[in-house]
Design a protein around this ligand. Structure first.
Ligand SMILES: Cc1cc2nc3c(=O)[nH]c(=O)nc-3n(C[C@H](O)[C@H](O)[C@H](O)COP(=O)(O)O)c2cc1C
Length: 137
């Protein structure tokens, strides 16, 4: 199980998160996300509210593999990889609504992207750059 440290949770929830996806043909895409909540730090589960996703969502529905990093990666230098699922109802949509409301009361999500982080790599430059830190068994 990939566990997120306190620093990682703070960074994912309070900084801009860059979300990389890829089409089924391997065309990459990157977007910026702010409506982010860590649902379970012990299990590495992260929710992002879909407010404006376009290519991001198309990609996720065809190819669940995603990568993330955060705008403060100079201080919290991690590359997260995982698998995304998409929900348009139920508990996850409710949580996305709460996340949006806390950011901007007029925001309303179309859905919720729930990511299970399966690998974490070191993003810091130097001898350990790119090294695997944690991986799901
Ligand atoms: C600072 C910032 C924060 C953003 N936060 C979100 C967000 O939380 N959820 C969302 O759906 N879109 C958010 N967006 C919009 C996406 O980054 C992007 O414009 C949208 O997904 C469409 O691009 P795509 O076609 O690559 O998916 C944000 C944009 C910026 C610049």
């Amino acid at each position: 199980m990939v566990k997120l440290s306190e620093d990682m949770v703070k960074s994912l929830e309070n900084e801009i998160v860059f979300l990389a996806t890829s089409s089924k043909d391997g065309i990459p895409n990157i977007s910026a996300m702010r409506a982010v909540k860590v649902l379970d730090a012990e299990k590495g589960i992260v929710l992002i509210a879909d407010n404006y996703m376009n290519k991001t969502l198309k990609n996720i529905l065809k190819n669940p593999n995603v990568a993330l990093t955060t705008a403060n990666c100079k201080d919290v230098p991690y590359q997260y990889k995982g698998k995304a699922e998409y929900y348009t109802e139920g508990e996850y949509l409710k949580i996305a609504e709460e996340v949006d409301k806390a950011l901007k009361p007029e925001l309303k999500p179309k859905g919720a992207v729930v990511i299970k982080i399966t690998e974490i790599y070191n993003l810091k430059s130097g001898p350990d750059a790119g090294k695997l830190i944690a991986k799901d068994e």
